[in-house]
Design a protein around this ligand. Structure first.
Ligand SMILES: *Cc1c(COP(=O)(O)O)cnc(C)c1O
Length: 398
C-alpha cells in the first residue's frame, strides 16, 4: 500500500525545497529586459546577495549550476600551466580538482579524513614548502555535501598570512551558504562560489561567484579570459545586458528577489540558529537509532558537522532499500550516498543522506524522521526505537 499521495518532499541536499512564495514570484509573463522593473531591481539584488556572504566585495552572476561557478572562478584567476593546492575532505573537493585539471591547471591534492577536517599542520607544511609561491590558489570546500563535514576558513587565512603566501583562498560554499555560518570578508576568503538551489531556496540555474579586490588583481594578470566567463563586466556592468553577458535569467531573478527577501526578513543569525537546532534534532534521532543497529553518522564529531545535510551509512543494500521505501510508500525522497563507493559497495547502496537546508522547519524535519523510523520498522532494519522522540526533545527544548 502506498501512502505517498499528498505533497511530496525532496529531502535531498539540493535542489532544496522551493518556497511557494518563490514559485509564485516566478509565475508571470516574460518581463522586458531592456528597461523597467527587472533592470531596476539589480542593484538591490546584488547588494542583498553580498549580504548573504557577508562581503563588501564583488559578485558575478552566471546562468549555470555549481560546477559552472568552479569554471568561472578558475577562468578569472588561474591560467593553464599554473598550480593550485586542493584541500580535500571528500567528493566535491575531488571533482573541483578534476575541473582544474580539465583546464590544464596543475593540481596538488592534500587528502584528509572524509568525515573529519583539515590537519592544519599538514596544510602549513605544504604551503611552507612552496617557497617559490607556485600555488596561485588554495581550494577548500566549506561543507562537503557527500560526507556532510564542515571546514573552517579563518585558520587557512591565518596560515597564508603567517607564511606571507600570496595564493588566493577559494571557498566552495555551494552547499551551505545561508545555512551554516559563512563570513567571507571576516574569514579572509578571496573567492567564494555558490548556486541558487540549496540555501538560497531557488530552482537550479543561477551561479554566483564572489570575489574581492585581491582576486580582481589576479584577473588582471591573466592574458586570456574568455568573454563569457570574465567576471569584470558582470560585476560592474554599464548596462543590464552585461550582468549576464547576454539575455538575463528573467524568472530566476524574480525568484531570487523573493528568496533574498525571505532570508533577510528572517535574518542570517536566525537562519543559522534555526538550521543548527533542526540539525541537532536530526543527529539526536540518528544517534539514538544507531545504538542498537547499523546506522552511523559519517561525521562522528558534532563540532565538524554541517547543519545543511547529514550523511549516514547503514550497510549495503539497506540504504537503497530505505530510500525506495520512503519515496514509494511515504512521498519523501532521501539523498543518495555520494562518493562512498568501494569494492564491496560499488553503488553506495549502504549510504543515504538527509537534506535539511533552506526552506525547512520543525514539522518537516520531524516528518522526515518519522518516515525514516517507519521505514526501519517496515524493512526490519535493526535500530533502537524512539529516535523521533529524541528529536522531539531537541525541538521541545528551544
Ligand atoms: C551541490 C554542490 C556542488 C555542485 O553543484 P551543482 O549545482 O550540482 O553543479 C558543488 N559543491 C558542493 C559543496 C555542493 O554541495
Amino acid at each position: 500500500m502506498s501512502l505517498a499521495n499528498g505533497r511530496t518532499y525532496l529531502a535531498i541536499p539540493g535542489p532544496s525545497v522551493v518556497p511557494d512564495a518563490v514559485l509564485r514570484s516566478m509565475h508571470r509573463a516574460s518581463p522586458n529586459i531592456y528597461d523597467g522593473e527587472l533592470p531596476d531591481m539589480m542593484p538591490d539584488l546584488v547588494r542583498d546577495l553580498k549580504r548573504v556572504a557577508r562581503t563588501d566585495g564583488h559578485v558575478a552572476i552566471y546562468i549555470c549550476n555549481g560546477h559552472g561557478t568552479w569554471e568561472a572562478a578558475f577562468a578569472n584567476t588561474v591560467a593553464a600551466g599554473e598550480k593550485v593546492l586542493v584541500l580535500s575532505t571528500g567528493f566535491f573537493a575531488e571533482r573541483w580538482a578534476d575541473m582544474a585539471k580539465s583546464r590544464g591547471i596543475e593540481v596538488d591534492v592534500l587528502r584528509f579524513d572524509v568525515g573529519g577536517t583539515f590537519d592544519l599542520q599538514r596544510v602549513r607544511d605544504a604551503l611552507a614548502a612552496d617557497g617559490a609561491h607556485s600555488y596561485k590558489a588554495v581550494l577548500a570546500v566549506h561543507v562537503d555535501t557527500s560526507s556532510s563535514n564542515r571546514n573552517e576558513f579563518a585558520p587557512l587565512r591565518a596560515i597564508l598570512d603567517d607564511l606571507g603566501h600570496p595564493a588566493l583562498l577559494m571557498a566552495d560554499c555551494i552547499a551551505a551558504l545561508a545555512v551554516d555560518r559563512f563570513e567571507m570578508d571576516a574569514w579572509g576568503v578571496d573567492v567564494a562560489m555558490t548556486a541558487s538551489q540549496k540555501g538560497l531556496m531557488c530552482p537550479p540555474g543561477l551561479g554566483f561567484v564572489y570575489f574581492n579586490d585581491r582576486a580582481a588583481e589576479q584577473r588582471r594578470r591573466l592574458k586570456i579570459v574568455s568573454a563569457y566567463w570574465d567576471w569584470t563586466r558582470r560585476a560592474a556592468p554599464e548596462m543590464f545586458y552585461q550582468y549576464f553577458c547576454g539575455t538575463a535569467p528573467t524568472h530566476h531573478l524574480y525568484g531570487l528577489r523573493t528568496a533574498l527577501d525571505m532570508i533577510h526578513d528572517e535574518g542570517l543569525d536566525a537562519i543559522w540558529a534555526r538550521h543548527a537546532t533542526l540539525a541537532r534534532a536530526v543527529w539526536a534521532a540518528c544517534e539514538h537509532w544507531g545504538q542498537d543497529g547499523p546506522l552511523r553518522l559519517t561525521v562522528p564529531d558534532p563540532a565538524l558537522r554541517s547543519n545543511a545535510v547529514t550523511a549516514l551509512s547503514i550497510g549495503k543494500p539497506l540504504g537503497t532499500q530505505l530510500r525506495q521505501w520512503c519515496s514509494e510508500t511515504a512521498g519523501v525522497t532521501l539523498g543518495i550516498g555520494l562518493g562512498m563507493e568501494s569494492e564491496a559497495d560499488p553503488n553506495s547502496d549502504g549510504y543515504f543522506r538527509l537534506g535539511h537546508m533552506g526552506h525547512v522547519n520543525a514539522h518537516m524535519v520531524l516528518g522526515v524522521l518519522g518516515v525514516v523510523e517507519a521505514g526501519f520498522g517496515a524493512l526490519d532494519i535493526a535500530h533502537r526505537p524512539g529516535g523521533v522522540a529524541a528529536a522531539a526533545r531537541v525541538i521541545s527544548g528551544v
